[in-house]
Write a protein that binds this ligand. Structure first.
Ligand code: NAD
Length: 389
């Protein structure tokens, strides 16, 4: 089978779906790689490296699509809401597509992919099981984003992070608050700690407390009833507005005492909860920085503008989009490993295995035979549930 890697086309995207290092691993599993010329360049992987590892270079995008049984992308149509639709006419019935597809919030694009007859697998739907861990691209990209968030904040803050005792006096360390201590949040805590900040963190899931403390962070305890905060998949459950209002009230003092706040709080398939209001921003020390990793999902700060950096009441509010693309070499390396793990499980003896045979294949399958087959996406689209035998 032939796996094709087109160049990413989302504006500013620098990652690539496969790196040269995984080409021989895929070859061992009977998968030949073809790649669009220049696809890896912006991530730090020149064409020659792919060729050395046995990949075939193709001159243009249309040829990659026409020659491949399986197309792998980082931001495929759906997750690429700018120009991802350009790929639709290049796809063909029965072709397999794997990538970020944003299955729970890009309904129209998902239906277009289904209508093209493409068998698509969404990496966002990866089950959170031990066996699927090596394929978990959401976690890989969240780790990179959490690290990068700290680097951006450290660079923007007019203060330094570490304590310094010098002949010119003692500098107190920066106080960093991380709201939402999932994969990205934990990486942000660890990275801010390494730079010498005093780090506090909060999450609705009480299970996180020990993880925060093991990284040297202080866990902010709020007198909120959070017993029902986590679903069976380990994700936060949506709460009602009264809960969020109470949470804002209780977080207000902690936020006003922080030099930097990094927010990562999201609930799958929902708009991110507003946790930092304009009134709280007004109370922050001048020069403070908020980096809202939930910007693409509506933002955790009331003032966040996705894709922009703004200054309000002396506070810089950064709403990055696609932060993981800012460290494209390692983000691509991790993503390529995730995909390789997924592909070697998906394809056996030159054939794509049927979804009935495997939980990972079944759960990630989004469209097949002209239909959207994922139950949660069908519900969002208002489609009736498919009858399963
Ligand atoms: P996520 O990106 O969906 O959410 C980020 C964090 O925001 C979560 O920790 C969530 O609890 C928190 N949050 C949501 N609403 C909040 C609110 N109102 N206030 C404060 N915090 C709020 O989650 P994630 O980073 O993908 O991970 C969630 C959990 O799943 C983590 O514990 C992670 O370790 C676990 N996980 C398990 C596996 C596996 O078992 N294979 C893989 C990846 C992650």
């Amino acid at each position: 089978m032939i796996v094709g890697v087109p160049k990413e086309i989302y504006p500013g995207e620098r990652r690539v779906a496969l790196t040269p290092a995984v080409v021989p691993l895929l070859a061992k599993a009977g998968l030949e790689v073809v790649i669009q010329a220049g696809a890896g360049e912006s991530a730090g992987y020149p064409d020659a490296q792919y060729q050395e590892k046995g990949a075939k270079l193709l001159p243009d995008r249309a040829t990659v699509f026409s020659q491949s049984d399986i197309i792998v992308q980082v931001l495929a149509h759906g997750a690429n809401d700018k120009n991802g639709a350009e790929d639709l006419p290049l796809m063909r019935r029965g072709q397999v597509l794997i990538g970020f597809l944003r299955p729970l919030s890009s309904a129209e694009a998902v239906q277009q992919i289904a209508h093209a007859g493409v068998t698509s697998f969404s990496v966002e739907l990866m089950p959170r099981t031990t066996r699927a861990q090596s394929m978990d691209a959401l976690s890989s990209m969240a780790s990179i984003a959490g690290y990068k968030a700290v680097v951006v904040v450290a660079d923007t803050l007019p203060r330094i992070f570490p304590m310094m005792t010098t002949a010119a006096g003692t500098i107190t360390p920066a106080r960093v608050l991380v709201i939402g201590a999932g994969v990205a949040g934990l990486q942000a805590i660890a990275s801010a700690k390494r730079l010498g900040a005093v780090v506090s963190a909060y999450d609705v899931r009480p299970a996180v407390k020990e993880q925060v403390q093991s990284l040297g962070g202080r866990f902010v305890e709020l007198p909120l009833e959070t017993g029902e905060a986590q679903d069976a998949r380990g994700y936060a459950k949506a709460q009602d507005e009264a809960f969020y209002a109470k949470q804002r009230e209780l977080l207000s003092n902690v936020i006003s005492e922080s030099d930097a706040v990094i927010t990562t709080a999201v609930v799958p398939g929902k708009r991110a909860p507003i946790l930092v209001t304009e009134a709280m921003v007004k109370r922050m020390p001048p020069g403070s920085v908020i980096l809202d990793l939930a910007a693409e999902r509506g933002g955790n700060a009331e003032l966040t503008r996705a894709g922009e950096t703004i200054v309000r009441h002396g506070v810089t509010i950064i709403g990055p989009i696609n932060l993981a693309s800012g460290a494209p070499y390692h983000a691509s390396q991790m993503y390529a490993r995730n995909l390789t793990s997924f592909l070697t499980n998906l394809v056996k003896d030159g054939k794509v295995r049927p979804p009935e045979s495997d939980e990972i294949i079944r759960e990630t399958l989004l469209t097949e035979g002209g239909e959207v087959v994922n139950a949660r996406t069908r519900e969002i689209l208002g489609l009736p549930a498919l009858v399963t035998q």
